[in-house]
Design a binder for this molecule. Structure first.
Ligand code: CU
Length: 68
């Protein structure tokens, strides 16, 4: 299991957390997602190797900004 944490801007409430979580859970290789609008972070647990750009693009597709 590998864990990746991203700094994400734009999440303002629990609804945003859910949007991010639900979106990322559909990605093949993602085992678990934890998003927090309080800390502005999204932590993803992977069950296989995937390119982290896939995660970043997915987050940005639904309107949030991933910080490097
Ligand atoms: Cu929100």
């Amino acid at each position: 299991m590998k864990e990746l944490t991203f700094k994400v801007e734009g999440m303002m409430c629990n609804g945003c957390e859910n949007r991010v979580q639900n979106s990322l859970k559909t990605v093949d290789g993602v085992e678990n997602v934890s998003a927090s609008h309080v800390t502005g972070t999204v932590t993803v647990t992977l069950n296989k190797e995937i390119d982290e750009s896939i995660i970043k693009n997915k987050i940005e597709d639904i309107g949030y900004e991933v910080k490097e």
